[in-house]
Design a protein around this ligand. Structure first.
Ligand SMILES: [Zn+2]
Length: 405
């Protein structure tokens, strides 16, 4: 079993808080930043910008800002929102994405502050001081199976609420809070979202944090026993920012909007995966969590026919374009290439992004393999993946990966 970091003593964030003169609030902020950093630094919980956290006072919700890295969160990355305004938004019963973002901007206590996480309404709707959210691999692996929701409930305990996949944003806030309210008497402190991740709650931050780790540990134990799960670091996980055979390089350059950077990994674990006899089936079902679509695209390319991939991608876009009126097709270059000889090849607009895609897909491999051992890997539908890939609010988060992080 992997050693997960304990709560310890929240330190290292006092400097930022020293200028503030609200000792009561400071404690909650300090602990929220501490929990955010602990969660954000564990790649089996949070990868490249995923996850969010919040803490409530009587009047305010302090929610993680969109696009900020959980592992290095500081006070600038918590947006202070007026809870009365959020309550009004939730009561309205229906809000478009743009209305929701305008609502967040209006609820912000500091004009010009960054936009808060898309999930701020859900954080608001859960009646606990602290709410922590990650896309933990082990939790996602449970839901990405044939009987995902049932399996998750069975492994994690029936005091965990399991919600089927829904689009994040207003719909998810409504669905998850209704599911919690339906079992109000149980005061459930965890919600699992299929093909998405985990929310835990607590009346203080350490409680929500401990609950989060406890459930991940439970999932990892089960997966270790039943599905050969490993949550240990990757051999040579850094991969190598490298190049690929000239013909593949030329094909990528010809299709891409701008010539992409490339990362390659072909260690034992990758080689075992890319030489699986059932690779054409298991690798073509979609991403493990909605979070990854914008970086990896829905499907990897098998082999080296980049032109055929781009044509398929164009047809996928045309099939679903009506779901996102006005959307323009994104760069059709494959982001993930699985080749029996080359191993795992990833691409991105810059080297750090290509490396981030490589990290994400190494985690994807473990999740797919575990889910296959539990009866079969299943995930969101093609249309659901399209909705995320072409969701304006997600695209907005897609800024270059910071190489230092
Ligand atoms: Zn999420």
């Amino acid at each position: 079993m992997r050693d997960m970091t304990g709560w310890g003593t929240p330190t290292g964030v006092d400097g930022v808080l020293a200028q503030r003169a609200e000792p009561g609030v400071n404690r909650w902020l300090r602990e929220t930043l501490h929990a955010s950093r602990l969660l954000g630094r564990d790649p089996f919980l949070v990868l490249h910008g995923g996850g969010n956290t919040s803490v409530k006072t009587e009047e305010d919700l302090w929610a993680k800002a969109s696009g900020f890295d959980l592992g290095r969160l500081d006070l600038d990355g918590l947006v202070r929102l007026d809870r009365t305004a959020l309550a009004r938004m939730l009561r309205s019963g229906e809000l478009s994405d743009l209305e929701m973002m305008a609502g967040y901007a209006a609820a912000s206590r500091r004009p010009g502050a960054p936009a808060p996480t898309i999930e701020s309404l859900l954080h608001h709707a859960l009646p606990f001081r602290s709410v922590l959210h990650t896309h933990a691999d082990a939790i996602v692996a449970l839901t990405d199976t044939v009987h995902g929701p049932d399996l998750a409930a069975q492994v994690l305990g029936d005091d965990v609420i399991v919600v089927p996949y829904v689009m994040p944003g207003f719909e998810l806030a409504m669905t998850a809070s209704a599911a919690w309210q339906a079992r109000r008497a149980d005061r459930c402190t965890a919600i699992v979202l299929a093909h998405h991740g985990l929310f835990t709650m607590g009346d203080d931050v350490a409680e929500a944090y401990d609950r989060h780790l406890e459930l991940v540990r439970r999932a990892e134990e089960f997966l270790g026993r039943e599905a050969g799960w490993r949550a240990d670091p990757f051999d040579g996980a850094d991969g190598r920012v490298a190049d690929v055979p000239r013909e593949l390089r030329a094909a990528l350059d010809a299709v891409a909007h701008t010539p992409p950077a490339v990362a390659v990994c072909a260690d034992r674990e990758v080689t075992d995966f890319v030489t699986r006899a059932d690779l054409p089936v298991v690798s073509q079902r979609g991403p493990t969590t909605l979070e990854h679509v914008i970086r990896t695209k829905r499907l990897p390319l098998l082999g080296r026919d980049v032109d055929a991939y781009a044509e398929d991608y164009t047809r996928y876009f045309e099939r679903h374009a009506h779901r996102s009126p006005g959307a323009r097709m994104l760069d059709p270059t494959p982001r993930v290439i699985l080749d029996p000889e080359l191993g795992l090849v990833t691409t991105g607009p810059d080297p750090a992004t290509a490396q981030a895609v490589l990290d994400i897909f190494r985690h994807t491999i473990r999740i797919i393999e575990a889910a296959e051992r539990l009866g079969g890997y299943r995930t969101m539908t093609e249309a659901q993946a399209f909705d995320i890939e072409y969701w304006e609010l997600e695209q907005r988060r897609l800024r270059p990966v910071d190489p230092s992080g």
